[in-house]
Design a protein around this ligand. Structure first.
Ligand code: F6P
Length: 319
């Protein structure tokens, strides 16, 4: 029997190092590695092929994913899942490693329940919003892309005595915005998980401005849908000329950091070892406090990720 790897949902830096490690490690274990191209859409359409060392040469430093990805609506219809299952059977593939986010894991939970396909999900999304893990592959790279962008924005903000509202991705999760605000010296941070207290922000920043503050940085999670409102409030309240900078999809690109390359290798070896252990498995791997643990996919699919309290508490000194 063979083992396949697939990406699903939004791409994240770290997918390519994971794909490379997968091919190297599965061959090392004496098994056959397969690629499923174009995510769940490709699984439905039978876009599968045996992987070779040649496919993965020179990819460890690349963002994106050489096997591509997709968001599939069709997979949520039973008839297409049956088609996907038949495609796997044809190639004698009985185990899958899936690099994806919560939508992909929900899809895999159905697939596992209905067809008993062995599968391990590696949490891979820049949003860091998957239950059962404190770290998703790609997050460190995305945070560094954001840090780099904000460092540059601060150069121009200080040159003009302006305020900037920087909007980060993350869907309904404020993790990227929270960590970026803390590590970029932002004065304001808006995330869906925390109420923005305008009156205390006004008091604190008015004091700081009287004390010499010349520019201002606010980081806002896209899930708040509040960038324009915040810009207008800053202009009205403090008189700063204010610009909005929506960082957008650059946050998903770039060379994976050293940390993401290391994490990719660890996640993949754990996933492959579990799949080769002869036990029927339908789990995701979580990374918590320095160790990896497997969580049932049903539990992952049914629960919501919470930003750790130490990060939320650290935001208290911001507004
Ligand atoms: O889930 C990753 C993510 O980049 C989110 O942060 C963002 O909301 C969404 O995907 C954007 O999706 P798309 O690439 O389809 O525009």
């Amino acid at each position: 029997m063979a083992i396949a790897i697939m990406c699903s949902g939004g791409d994240a830096p770290g997918m390519n190092p994971a794909i490379k490690k997968f091919v190297d490690y599965v061959y090392e274990k004496g098994e056959k590695p397969y690629f499923i191209y174009d995510g769940l859409e490709g699984l439905i359409d039978g876009s599968l092929k045996e992987a070779s060392y040649k496919d993965v040469a020179g990819i460890i430093h690349l963002g994106g994913t050489i096997i591509r990805t997709s968001r599939s609506k069709r997979f949520f219809q039973r008839s297409f899942r049956e088609q996907a299952y038949e495609n796997l059977k044809k190639e004698r593939i009985d185990s899958l490693v899936v690099l994806g986010g919560d939508g992909s894991f929900r899809a895999m939970e159905l697939f596992y329940r209905e067809f008993g396909i062995n599968f391990v999900g590696i949490p891979t999304t820049i949003d860091n919003d998957i239950y059962g893990t404190n770290y998703c592959l790609g997050v460190d790279t995305a945070l560094n892309v954001i840090r780099d962008a904000i460092d540059k924005i601060k150069d121009t903000a200080s040159a003009f005595n302006r305020a900037f509202v920087v909007e980060t991705m993350g869907r309904e999760c404020g993790y990227l915005a929270a960590v970026s605000a803390l590590t970029s010296g932002a004065e304001i941070c808006l995330i869906p998980e925390k109420k923005f207290e305008k009156s205390s922000a006004k008091k604190k920043l008015t004091n700081e401005i009287a004390n010499g503050r010349k520019y201002l940085l606010a980081v806002v999670a896209e899930g708040c849908e509040a960038s324009r409102e915040l810009k207008e409030w800053i202009e009205r309240t403090f008189g700063f000329e204010t610009r909005i900078s929506v960082l957008g999809h650059i946050q998903r690109g770039g060379n994976p950091t050293v940390y993401d390359r290391m994490m990719a290798a660890s996640f993949v070896t754990k996933a492959v070892d579990a799949l080769l252990s002869n036990e029927r498995i339908g789990k995701a791997i979580g990374y918590k406090e320095g160790s990896f643990e497997f969580v049932d996919i049903a539990e992952v699919a049914a629960n919501k990720y919470q930003i750790p309290n130490d990060i939320l508490n650290a935001l208290e000194h911001l507004d």
